[in-house]
Design a protein around this ligand. Sequence first.
Ligand SMILES: C[S@@+](CC[C@H](N)C(=O)[O-])C[C@H]1O[C@@H](n2cnc3c(N)ncnc32)[C@H](O)[C@@H]1O
Length: 302
Amino acid sequence: MHSTPPHCSKPAQPLSIQGALQRAAQLLARASSDSPQQEAHILLQTVTRQSLTQVMCSLQRILTTDEAKLLEECLQRRLAREPLQYILGHATFRGCHIHLNHHVLIPRPETELLIDVAHDVLDHATTRVQVPLIIDVGTGSGAVAVSLACELPHARVVAIDTSAQALQVARTNICANHADDRVTLIRGDLVSMIGRNTDVVVANLPYIPTDELSHLAPEISQHEPLVALDGGPDGLRLQRRICEEAIHVLKPGGWLLVEIGHSQSHPVTHMLSSVHWDRVDIVRDLSGIPRVIAARSRDPQR
Ligand SMILES: C[S@@+](CC[C@H](N)C(=O)[O-])C[C@H]1O[C@@H](n2cnc3c(N)ncnc32)[C@H](O)[C@@H]1O
């Protein structure tokens, strides 16, 4: 059961930037924000269209009517536990500006590890491929595909999603980040539309068990798309499928990189224990939490 959002009546008189910052931070703190001061600063930068330095240098300035109105709208949305990234309409992922709406998951910092592992496996491939083919399955906003294309300009990326609305967002991001000559978008179910010549499959698919969805923070459960979260009864519905299906599209010696949820390292490793895979690594994040399973398809020539 979630608490009612804190009461947010409009301020009686026009506020200075300093007054607005204080009021926003207090309200956000009462609405369970982890970083109310920082969010208040970001909202003030957004409504005044100024940098943090400019905001801090004009604390005594009175907000215009339009700025005050926009701030109230943003605050109301945030107090209803809408994530700040949806209110702003964007996020940053590996330095790339990523446009967002409610049809796509907000890209998480922990997903950046998938990109690091993709670099590693391509750097250490026994046969260096001139133009590696990378599949980003479950592309959502396209954040992973965009980063891969920007950081590996010699690679070709195919980004797949079942959601037509998500693919629209991904297209916007691919064009805005000038990666449209290297990324192809496909609407499809996992890798069913792909041939057998892939070097790396990168997968951040929904992995939260259905029963756990309602226990998540309202920012997630009430605002992020269910299709991006729900991993079925045990959270492993799509992990199981990608572990079975990826082998049919990978070259011998190609890699499957799967982002995993809490407690999924053992089951997912087990799914990759067949003779088709000759190496399976658990990759941990900086806090030591297993985040990615990296599996190499067996190369009969090796
Ligand atoms: C957890 S989100 C990941 C989004 C993005 N890759 C990221 O890391 O921010 C999972 C995505 O997988 C997509 N998806 C769900 N089932 C799928 C399927 N069977 N085939 C392809 N994509 C699927 C969802 O629409 C959603 O966009």
